[in-house]
Design a protein around this ligand. Structure first.
Ligand code: MFK
Length: 157
C-alpha cells in the first residue's frame, strides 16, 4: 500500500491552500511524509519560479517551508496523541509566524528537499525548524510557529 501524505488527510473543505491543497490545481500540492523523527517533502521548481535566471524565487522557498511545516505540525500533533490523521477530533494548524533565512542561492534546475524537525509541541502551538536543500546543500532554513486553526477560519458548513 502506498503511504498517504499528511495533506491527503485534509478534508476537501480545507484542501484549497495554494501551497498544499490537493484540490488547488494552480497550487504546489506538496506532499509531506514522516522519515523517522523528521518529515520530508520534495518539489521540483518550474522555470517560471525564477528569481534571477538559474535561481529559485524566495517566495516559493518560503511557501514550501510554510506548508511543509504546517503539515508537519498537524502530523506531530496526531502522533503526540498516539492516533492517526484520519481520526477525530481533527487537528488543523495555520501559520502564526514564518521566518526564513536564505543561506545560499537555490539552483532551479533540479529537485528541492524540505525537511522538518519538531522543536516544540505544547498546547495549541507547534514550532517547526525546516531546511530546504538543493543537491544536498542547505540553501534556506526556516522556523514556523503553527497554531491550531481558529474557529473564525474554519469553513462554514
Ligand atoms: C487542514 C488544515 C490546514 C490547511 C491549510 C494549511 C495552511 C497553510 C499555511 C497558511 O498559509 S495559513 C494562512 C496564514 N495564517 C493566518 O492567516 C493566521 C492568522 N492568525 C490567526 O488566526 C491567529 O493570530 C493565530 C491562530 C495564528 C493565533 O491566534 P490565537 O488566538 O489562537 O493565539 P494565542 O494568542 O492563543 O497564542 C497561542 C500560542 O501561539 C503563540 N503565537 C500566536 N501568534 C503568534 C505569532 N504571530 N508569532 C509567534 N507566536 C505566536 C502565542 O505566543 C501562544 O504561545 P504559548 O502557548 O506558548 O503562550
Amino acid at each position: 500500500m502506498t503511504e498517504r501524505a499528511f495533506q491527503d488527510y485534509y478534508p476537501d473543505d480545507v484542501s484549497h491552500c495554494y501551497g498544499c491543497g490537493r484540490l488547488n490545481e494552480k497550487g504546489h500540492q506538496i506532499k509531506s511524509y514522516w522519515d523517522g523523527e523528521e518529515t520530508v517533502t520534495h518539489y521540483t521548481p518550474e522555470p517560471y519560479h525564477t528569481a534571477i535566471p538559474g535561481y529559485v524565487y524566495g517566495g516559493l522557498i518560503a511557501s514550501l517551508i510554510d506548508c511543509h511545516s504546517t503539515g508537519t505540525a498537524a502530523a506531530a500533533a496526531y502522533r503526540a496523541e498516539g492516533r492517526g490523521m484520519d481520526t477525530e477530533p481533527a487537528l488543523r494548524f495555520v501559520t502564526a509566524s514564518l521566518h526564513v533565512d536564505f543561506l545560499a542561492p537555490t539552483p532551479i534546475d533540479g529537485p528541492l528537499e524540505i525537511r522538518g524537525k519538531i522543536k516544540e509541541i505544547k498546547g495549541k502551538k507547534v514550532i517547526i525548524e525546516s531546511t530546504l536543500s538543493a543537491g544536498g546543500k542547505v540553501c534556506a532554513r526556516g522556523e514556523v510557529v503553527a497554531v491550531k486553526m481558529p474557529d473564525a477560519m474554519k469553513p462554514k458548513a
